[in-house]
Ligand binder design. Structure first.
Ligand code: NDP
Ligand code: GDR
Length: 372
């Protein structure tokens, strides 16, 4: 078993949780950087965390923030990691239009702080760095499918910040010979996906609508097309990228794209509800055609999807399809999940989650609703 030490920023996020799991299973000692928050905010990693007073600690959390270089230098000096996975970021594209300066600081300069800390601490020959780059870099479509050589045209403060992070990673690799790589990952989802990203928003709503806990869901642009994979597959690729002989950048994707509208249909179909869409643009709506699941008594004709323009972005990324040929060949990486199995797992997890709410509601308790 390996005795390697990994440091993960963004450990409390979707990918941080799956990656920590993977690296622990490979025998790594895993350190994570967690922001101070007024709540625990460790739901995704609680199963990995032991009482810090226990002696054998293979999973260690440190308080820190990508906006504070003093603390990054201190943690990296203390941990002396073999590998750093920089997953921490303000990762919501729509929210980046509301918080552009903070996004640039955390997502762009935060990456520089990590690279510079490694250089200052003379760890350039020891520490490999993975940078969480994104298909959002492609933005306004220049060509499809998008590969490592497709030109970038970012369309949000998030993507522009990530563009800086991408190039500063390349620059430190070339200038200082660092083993620093970009994984250009296309959208990846899971039951651990944040609730305000479109896939999880949909699977949660499907579960709640099926159980009569919610009437309908409001969405934004149903015409957007995304290349969706499973986060579990994608963290494997992150690990593989740092195990290669030479540091390089890789596209990680499935190569298949799907409309948001189709994701909605497939998610409802998972619980036996057939949905059809009528109308166009902001007037488009989704209605139940039939419900074949005897557990759910929903009338055909019920409106279950409406469009709300508040979820539209000032500049949108219309179409993403990745070309994973390089990672297929060089990393020997292919995804195990397809879209159907991803949706199946997400919907099933949300049905379990909301069964508790249903029981409480049926017993007369008031249940909490959270909206975006
Ligand atoms: P999440 O939003 O689930 O997680 C983001 C993580 O970053 C959280 O742990 C968050 O902490 C942390 N974070 C946010 N701001 C800071 C900060 N200033 N300092 C330290 N940590 C911070 O994202 P994902 O797990 O989905 O994504 C991981 C990375 O991959 C991100 O960089 C994202 O931009 C990128 N990416 C994601 C893709 C996807 O489809 N999921 C595709 C391509 C790239 P907290 O819990 O406290 O908020
Ligand atoms: P994205 O993911 O912006 O691709 O970024 P998101 O799930 O937020 O949006 C995907 C597409 O769905 C459309 N959409 C909606 N989106 C949200 N969030 N809410 C809605 O109600 C809604 N209705 C339609 C969006 O307009 C968009 O076109 C994700 C993040 O994980 C990034 O950090 C990562 O870099 C990229 O994926 C790759």
């Amino acid at each position: 078993m390996s005795k390697k030490i990994a440091l993960i920023t963004g450990i409390t996020g979707q990918d941080g949780a799956y990656l920590a799991d993977l690296l622990l299973s490979k025998g790594y000692q895993v350190h994570g950087i967690k922001r101070r928050s007024s709540l625990f905010n460790t739901d995704r990693i609680d199963h990995l965390y032991h009482d810090p007073h226990d002696e054998d600690q293979r999973f260690v959390l440190h308080y820190g923030d990508l906006s504070d270089s003093t603390n990054l230098i201190r943690i990296i000096q203390q941990v002396q990691p073999d590998e750093i996975y920089n997953l921490g970021a303000m990762s919501h594209v729509k929210v980046s239009f509301d918080t552009p300066e903070y996004t640039a600081n955390a997502d762009g300069i935060g990456t520089l702080r990590i690279l510079e800390a490694v250089r200052l601490l003379n760890l350039t020959k020891k520490t490999k760095i993975y940078q969480a780059s994104t298909s959002e870099l492609y933005g306004l479509v220049q060509a499809v499918p998008q590969s490592e050589t497709t030109p970038f045209y970012p369309r949000s403060p998030y993507a522009v910040a990530k563009l800086y992070a991408y190039w500063i990673t390349v620059n430190y690799r070339e200038a200082y010979g660092m083993f620093a790589c970009n994984g250009i990952l296309f959208n990846h989802e899971s039951p651990l996906r944040g609730e305000t990203f479109v896939t999880r928003k949909i699977t949660r709503a499907v579960a709640k609508i099926a159980m009569g806990l919610q009437e309908k869901i409001f969405l934004g642009n149903l015409d957007a097309q995304r290349d969706w994979g499973h986060a579990k597959d994608y963290v494997e690729a992150m690990y593989l990228i740092l195990q290669q002989e030479t540091p390089e950048d890789y596209v990680i994707a499935t190569g298949i794209t799907t409309h948001v509208r189709e994701f909605v249909r497939l998610a409802f179909a998972e619980v036996g509800i057939q949905v059809e869409f009528k109308g166009k643009g902001v007037d488009e709506k989704g209605y139940i055609v039939s419900c074949s699941n005897p557990d759910y008594q929903l009338p055909s004709g019920q409106e279950v999807v409406s469009v709300d323009s508040k979820y539209f972005r000032p500049t949108e990324v219309d179409l993403l399809i990745g070309d994973p040929s390089k990672s297929n060949k060089k990393l020997n990486w292919t995804p195990k999940y397809d879209l159907r199995s991803l949706i199946k797992e997400m919907v099933a997890a949300d049905v379990v989650l909301f069964k508790r709410d249903k029981l409480l509601k049926d017993s007369g308790y008031k249940i909490k609703n959270q909206f975006e």
